[in-house]
Each structure stands twice: as structure tokens, then as C-alpha cells.
Design a protein around this ligand. Structure first.
Ligand SMILES: N[C@@H](CCC(=O)N[C@@H](CS)C(=O)NCC(=O)O)C(=O)O
Length: 324
């Protein structure tokens, strides 16, 4: 784990001293948008038109943020149009690496580089900041389009519809305000909430993250008793954003990040909902259990210095879910 400072890699852990033990996630730096005609999107520069074969996605199968982008690539029929490289699950002193393994780490399919930080400095030689996945790369302009998953999934949701003919819409206009509201709570207390528990370096910071996490899971359990999906009958991006945390929860967050009050398997509705999303055609292929387990227990020396993997039973995501 580390970061780039003026283009030079430094092996440093998250600074939680200045925040009373609280983990604060920094904002993604590259915020351009792919659009159907290359006009600028909500932020950033123009010139990133949706074209088959032009873009490449660097992901980790372990990472819940990268996982969102893999799900959208699959559901939107983009596999033949956007190539991918999968990093090695162990994120060590050089950060994410392009070593290969038997479980899907592919190496850098574009340039044969050793580390993800070299992709960042290729885009901006004096880049300062964290080196995170996912990274959406433009092969034509040789730069990073975006390293913000919440925006990459919105590009994937519609920008390539003219290329693929796939018009499935997980960000429908009529539901946007409600989706934003549910996303905000789930991001803060669940998606990022598990990290705030796990990376806390004071009891107070842990307590402040743990209670809202389980308040939200309790709320979701009741909500999903009445609703098929978060927004009722419509399957939206809000569900996919929640899913990538739920599918990791019992394997890693419950133990490694001390989110131990309950497992997802202890909530009948949440657990059936997790299975239902897992069983949407194509989604199971995006879930990399080996990389998830390997990454978390191996990559955080301040939490698990001896890299001991607890006895785990992989939840049976393929069991019948009974949710229609
Ligand atoms: N806001 C980013 C966050 C991505 C992120 O934090 N990814 C993690 C992996 S799960 C990472 O690469 N962390 C490396 C680091 O923080 O140095 C997004 O949603 O795309």
C-alpha cells in the first residue's frame, strides 16, 4: 500500500492520525466522461467518444468499486467492446501489481507494466495521490478517462448504447432523485462504512462507523421484505452498488473489518436479495471469491500482519432465492 507523490511511488499507509483515527477516502482524480459523440460530460474534457475497442478497464476482482464496473460491462454487453486487465489480488509495498496467477490475474494486457502506479504516471508523469482501481484507460489518447467507479458505471449504462444496441437502463430518469438518496445512505454507511470500521485506528472511530452500518442493514432487511429491489420493482444501479459490498461481507468484512455484529446470512431478506442479484445472468462470472479472500487478508499489514485467513465457509450464492 502506498501512493504517488509528484510521480514517485512512496510506501505509506493511510494517515488516520490527523482525523482522530477515522479513515477518510480521498476523491478520485480523473473525472472525464465517455459520451456517445465525444462531447464533454458532467466534468472533465471532451474528446472521449464511445467507440468499440478504444477503451480498456483495469480492475481488481477483490475490489467492490471495480466490481461495479465489471457488472455493468457484463450487463450492458460491453465485453467485446471494452477490454480488461485484472490485477494480482495481493496489494503490497508497490500497490496493485500485474503479477499473474491461476485465478484470473491477467497481467497488464496493454503495455506489460509491472504496477498500476505506472499506469497513473503514464497518464500524468507528476501525479500525486492514491493509485486505485478501477482505471478506465483510453488507448487512443493514452490517458486515464476516469478512476471513479460511480461515474464509470453511468457511462457504461448509456454511452455505448448506439454501439451495442443494449438499452437496459439502470439509471432511469424518473427514479434518479430516489436512487441518489438511497445511494447516499448506502455509500456512507455500508459501502464505505465497512472500510471505516476496518481502517479505524481508534475505538471511537470504529464505534461511530459500526452502529450506522448495522442500522442501515436493519433498515434494508425491513425494506427488502416489502420491495423486490431497493427502488421497488426496478433493478437499478443502487442495487448493484449495494450488491458488491453484500457479496464480500460474510467472507471478509465480518471478520477482517470487524463488522461482526451479524452476517448477511443472518438477515433472511438481505441474504435472499444477495442471492437473487448474484443469479442475474452474467453476474456470477464477475464474482472472484479467491481474489476477494486473498486480497483482504493479505494486503493490510496493520490489520492482519501475519496474513492468517480464518476458517471460512463460502456462502452458497447459487442456492434458490425465492424472490420471484
Ligand atoms: N472512489 C473510487 C475508490 C476506488 C478504491 O478505493 N479502490 C481501492 C480498492 S478496493 C484501491 O484501489 N485502493 C488503493 C489505495 O487506496 O491505495 C471508486 O469508487 O472508483
Amino acid at each position: 500500500m502506498g501512493m504517488l507523490v509528484d510521480g514517485i511511488w512512496q510506501d505509506v499507509w493511510y494517515d488516520t492520525k490527523s482525523t482522530g483515527g477515522r479513515f477518510e477516502r480521498s476523491n478520485a482524480a480523473f473525472r472525464n466522461w465517455i459520451t456517445p459523440d465525444g462531447r464533454a460530460g458532467l466534468t472533465g474534457r471532451d474528446g472521449f467518444a464511445a467507440e468499440s475497442g478504444r477503451y480498456h478497464l483495469y480492475v481488481s476482482l477483490a475490489c467492490p468499486w471495480a466490481h461495479r464496473t465489471l457488472i455493468f460491462r457484463k450487463l450492458k454487453g460491453l465485453e467485446d467492446h471494452i477490454s480488461i486487465s485484472v490485477v494480482h489480488p495481493e496489494m503490497l509495498d508497490q500497490g496493485w501489481s500485474f503479477l499473474t496467477d491461476d485465478h484470473g490475474a491477467t497481467g497488464d494486457g496493454l503495455y506489460g507494466l509491472d504496477y498500476a502506479h505506472q499506469i497513473y504516471t503514464r497518464a500524468k508523469s507528476d501525479y500525486s495521490g492514491r493509485v486505485t482501481v478501477p482505471i478506465l484507460w483510453d488507448k487512443q489518447r493514452q490517458t486515464i478517462v476516469s478512476n471513479e467507479s460511480s461515474e464509470i458505471i453511468r457511462m457504461f449504462n448509456s454511452a455505448f448504447d448506439g454501439v451495442t444496441g443494449n438499452t437496459a437502463d439502470f439509471w432511469p430518469e424518473a427514479l434518479r432523485d430516489r436512487i441518489e438518496a438511497v445511494n447516499a445512505r448506502i455509500y456512507d454507511t455500508v459501502n464505505n462504512g465497512v472500510y471505516k470500521c476496518g481502517f479505524a485506528t481508534s475505538q471511537a472511530a470504529y464505534d461511530a462507523a459500526e452502529a450506522p452500518l448495522f442500522d442501515t442493514l436493519d433498515w434494508l432487511e425491513g425494506h427488502l421484505a416489502q420491495n423486490r429491489y431497493l427502488l421497488g420493482d426496478s433493478l437499478t444501479e443502487a442495487d448493484w452498488r449495494l450488491f458488491t459490498t453484500l457479496v464480500r461481507f460474510d467472507l471478509v468484512y465480518n471478520h477482517h473489518f470487524k463488522c461482526s455484529r451479524a452476517r448477511i446470512a443472518d438477515y433472511p431478506n438481505l441474504w435472499a436479495y444477495t442471492r437473487a442479484l448474484y443469479q442475474v445472468p452474467g453476474v456470477a462470472e464477475t464474482v472472484g471469491v479467491e481474489h476477494i479472500v486473498r486480497h483482504y487478508y493479505y494486503s493490510h499489514p496493520t490489520i492482519n500482519p501475519n496474513r492468517i485467513v480464518p476458517m471460512l465457509t463460502t456462502p452458497d450464492f447459487a442456492a434458490p432465492h425465492g424472490r420471484g
